[in-house]
Design a protein around this ligand. Sequence first.
Ligand SMILES: [Fe+2]
Length: 425
Amino acid sequence: MNTAVTENKILNSVNILAVYRQIRQTSLDLCASLELDDYGLQAMPEVSPPKWHLAHTSWFFETFVLKAFAGDYQPFNPSFEYLFNSYYHGVGAQYPRAQRSLLSRPTLQDVLDYRTYVDTAMTVLLALSGHAQRETLLKRCELGLHHEQQHQELLCTDIKYSFSSNPLYPALGRAPQSVQTARIPPLEFREYGVQDACIGYKGSGFHFDNESPVHRYHLPQFRMANRLLTNREYLDFMKDGGYSSPGLWLADGWLWKEASNASHPHYWVQRDGDWFEYTLYGLCRLDPELPVCHVNYYEADACARWFGKRLPAEQEWEAACRQEGQVPGHADITLHPRVAGNADGLVQMFGSLWQWTRSSYAPYTGYRPAEGAIGEYNGKFMCNQLVLRGSSCVTPPGHARASYRNFFYPKDQWQFTGIRLADDP
Ligand SMILES: [Fe+2]
């Protein structure tokens, strides 16, 4: 999948149509290996069927761009406003999230036709260089493209969760030939001095509203790990009774662990004493050098405590990222994280696994969501969730930033999440 869209370079009156087509095509490319039978899978309420993702991303453009800015636009099917509305009460009622797998109609072909219909109308609209609200509609289109990229990541994480329920462990793609030659760097803690860090998005490019306003944040000295924890290190935690030591766990985490009977990361499978891991390449023998993934906040926090460390605050992560000049690479989506590169300094900040922080997902002082239904995009979720920083192997190129704030509930395991430790001096 070639999605060579560079960070914050999407909005451009000249290239917007080419970028639009490229990002929309990537969603289809991610589904290229699916069978018709796969498109309705939804193994739990939090994940959505691939067909729903393909429809909902089109719904976003139809609802927030075409209906708003293309005066003569006729909806593809008026009932889709309800079927594919995710959570926007300002738009109207929504079909129940947990029942999306029941939508055998519209068919996949209907949804693909819907995408084509929306793309045709978008092509006409984007060609209107003299549109009275040109700047505003381009910005809304840009938001739609970043929204589509978020759903491309969700396509991968949701397919993985649903496929994992099948004892045949289907694959979404073929594993690349291993080119691993170097040893991973030893786990080290890098020192950062007291500072008034610049936190939030500063610049003129695209960013989500939750990254603003940019502000100064006082940080005492701290230390942060150079890389993510590996499967081997997580196994050490498990073998030392990590899942049976209540002193290591938050109260909510222990309740979750007891209720779910968890004793290992979600996609790990033990056979005849050996550990395997379900990946989007299928079931693979657990590689001890790969970063441990699909741990929830409770597991990450307990493991950090076993190490005698803690998870970083989101401001520490962002300050260290900027101080060390870390920027997202532009590698394509891969379906599983790679072994850490043996480089000096911080590694695996982007493109490997989202990293849990101990920071609650809350508004920055002065945060103001947009007016209207589009203001429901981020702000209304700022309660009871934790911030994750970085990006993952299934984050589309060009989508990540140092100031990017992802967020999930502490129990969630189906995202590509890992552990970077931090410490006090
Ligand atoms: Fe969405």
